[in-house]
Design a protein around this ligand. Structure first.
Ligand code: PLP
Length: 361
């Protein structure tokens, strides 16, 4: 960007570009890993009713600590991961991106370490918050090299070490025993291990929330944007030791989570069986799409999420990306030469994608 010289923008921000997945209309939007299934009419009605009740009190500030919502989210995690977390082990915000930002504001002194390619917002938010970001390396097949990661943790002594499992944009997951080794290494340097589990519901691995009770250095980030099919409401949360949660309260903006958001999200958790009901269908569709990509002679990175990173096409990735868009299919060029990422959509969207791809490669 060419910033005007009169603009007193922070020097360290001038080289950055804003997050910007292209938002363009398409017949099949398979670019931001959303759940393709919209809320049922019954859920729409329940949300509208709850918003109506909340609307009657919009002259007042919302519950500053979102106690009802946090209690429900803790209940959800306790029931799915067989842990015993309480409201003191959970914090909620406007999407997990706000959680990540608050983590940097509270703990981002010194360096943060992550292993690329991974979620592009981790380094971007680090830079915006003035934390030095270190790009760690992965194996050439994109799996996490745990030994190398531990070496880097010992050497760099980061305040924050990020792993994403299942990883975005590559799709693979890290086993709970590997996460435990990383957590032990992070504890020795007095840092925090931030485990971004945005896609956990699509994976069969145990969640890192099972490590928190024994290792308070483990912090798990979750979101309602993906499996929970609630991206538009903007709700993310974090499971952690109570002292980590207390520190988050130092940096949160007062009343950050609106009464309307809290009301809608509370209802969505009551409907969790319906919302998460499509997860198994999406996993089945992921496996079907993987087989179809193989049949086209393409290579697929094994995924335990709701998207697939693929390669093996002859065109440059940006060219194939725009040709697909020309056929009404919006997928994602994540900036890895030779690779593109596609979100698993509904049946019609997936068929459109495979049909278009067949014509183009
Ligand atoms: C999508 C995604 C998020 C979600 O962000 P929200 O702000 O909760 O919508 C977080 N982490 C990763 C790795 C993601 O892919």
């Amino acid at each position: 960007m060419n910033w005007p010289t009169w603009l007193p923008l922070r020097k360290d921000l001038t080289p950055l570009t804003p997050y910007g997945a292209p938002q363009v209309p398409a017949q099949a939007s398979l670019n931001t890993n959303e759940n393709p299934y919209s809320p049922s009419p019954a859920l729409q009605k329940a949300i509208a009713d709850a918003v109506m009740v909340a609307a009657a009190n919009l002259n007042r500030y919302p519950d500053r600590d979102a106690n009802e919502l946090r209690t429900k989210l803790a209940g959800y995690i306790n029931s799915t991961s067989r842990v015993n977390l309480t409201i003191d082990n959970i914090w909620a915000a406007n999407g997990s991106n706000e959680i990540i930002q608050s983590i940097f504001l509270a703990f981002g002194q010194g360096s943060a370490l992550g292993f690329t390619p991974s979620y592009s917002m981790h380094p971007l938010i680090a830079k915006v918050c003035g934390t030095n970001w270190v790009d760690g390396k992965r194996n050439s097949d994109f799996s996490l090299n745990v030994e190398l990661a531990i070496e880097q943790i010992v050497q760099i002594k980061p305040a924050l070490t990020f792993i994403t499992t299942p990883n975005n944009p590559t799709g693979g997951s890290v086993s709970i025993s590997q996460i435990k080794s990383l957590a032990d290494a992070v504890a020795k340097v007095n840092g925090l291990l931030i485990v971004d589990e945005a896609y956990a519901e699509f994976s069969t691995e145990d969640s890192a929330v099972t490590l928190i009770a024994k290792n308070p250095h483990v912090v798990v980030i979750r979101t309602m944007s993906k499996a929970f099919a609630f991206a538009g409401a903007r709700v993310g949360y974090m499971l952690c030791d109570s002292s980590v949660k207390d520190a988050m309260m130092l940096v949160r903006l007062p009343y950050h989570l609106s009464a309307l958001t809290q009301a809608a999200a509370s209802v969505a958790i009551d409907f969790k069986d319906e919302l998460l009901g499509y997860v198994s269908e999406l996993i089945r569709a992921r496996e079907a799409m993987t087989a179809q990509l193989h049949a086209l002679g393409l290579k697929v990175v094994p995924s335990s999420a709701n998207f697939i990173l693929f390669t093996g096409f002859k065109a440059e990735a940006p060219k194939l990306w725009s040709e697909l868009l020309g056929k009404g299919v919006l997928i994602r060029d994540v900036g890895l030469p030779g690779y593109l990422r596609v979100t698993v959509g509904n049946e019609a969207e997936n068929t459109l994608f495979i049909t278009a791809l067949k014509e183009l490669i």
